[in-house]
Design a protein around this ligand. Structure first.
Ligand SMILES: C[S@@+](CC[C@H](N)C(=O)[O-])C[C@H]1O[C@@H](n2cnc3c(N)ncnc32)[C@H](O)[C@@H]1O
Length: 228
């Protein structure tokens, strides 16, 4: 893993070019508001997650394959009411907690009415449950091997300081309800989706070693459709 300092330096050095890149894309290339195409956006694909047929957005252009270079802490590089689906897997926990509400509002702004999000990240509820049950085996040795149950909890939730918030059902529901998202459903097993026609090809990278106590908290939600 790249050190926190190196990442902080990268984000500080790239703040202006990344902002310009996002602005240029949003202004000149992004699908127009109210378009009739199927616009699917994959936020934070990382090094191996590039999805053909999706618009892949990441801050990392050095080792990740991407279509749009942008910082997800800022305004998303899409126009209002222009996106059918946002898919984000193990990304939002890397955004500062203070930016989470804004990021969710941004997804809402860019979605067409009836558009959906599928967002997943480390499952804070299950981590606490397994910590209280003293279940060492639920926790992995990534990124660090820790012997104690408390150490294993910290390792999972903070990931050497890479994670900047803790995701639980009640917190995500609160953030989504604040932005008027509808149809908020937490998916268990995590490979379930309410929107197979839009999302099936995105789910191939998702798996779970403990389906009844998933490591990933996965939520889907919809921007309300326009009333006719
Ligand atoms: C843990 S990886 C997840 C990769 C993949 N989605 C997966 O599930 O394996 C987190 C990704 O989020 C991206 N990311 C983190 N903070 C970001 C930010 N502020 N703006 C844009 N991308 C960011 C990283 O570059 C990285 O590609």
């Amino acid at each position: 893993m790249i050190s926190r300092q190196a990442k902080a330096f990268y984000f500080a050095a790239m703040i202006i070019p990344m902002g310009v890149s996002a602005w240029v894309y949003r202004t000149l290339r992004a699908p127009p508001s109210g378009n009739k195409r199927s616009v699917r956006v994959h936020l934070g694909p990382g090094q191996r997650g590039y999805k053909p047929g999706w618009i892949n957005v990441d801050a990392n252009f050095l080792s990740a394959r991407i279509d749009v270079w942008a910082d997800l802490r800022n305004r998303l590089p899409f126009r209002d009411d222009s996106v059918d689906v946002f898919y984000s897997h193990h990304v939002i926990e890397h955004l500062p907690d203070s930016h989470l509400s804004f990021h969710i509002r941004e997804m809402y702004r860019c979605l067409k009415p009836g558009g959906v999000i599928r967002v997943g990240g480390p499952n804070g509820d299950e981590a606490c449950r397994n910590f209280l049950a003293n279940n060492h085996d639920w926790f992995s040795d990534f990124p660090d091997k820790r012997g104690s149950i408390g150490g294993r909890l910290v390792n999972f939730l903070l990931c050497r300081g890479e994670h900047l918030t803790i995701l639980t059902r009640s917190y995500l529901a609160e953030l989504l309800e604040q932005q008027s998202f509808d149809e908020i459903v937490f998916r268990v097993p995590v490979t379930d989706t309410g929107y197979p026609e839009r999302l099936t090809d995105a789910l191939s990278g998702e798996s779970e070693s403990t389906p009844n106590s998933p490591h990933t908290l996965l939520v889907e939600a919809m921007k309300p459709k326009l009333r006719s």
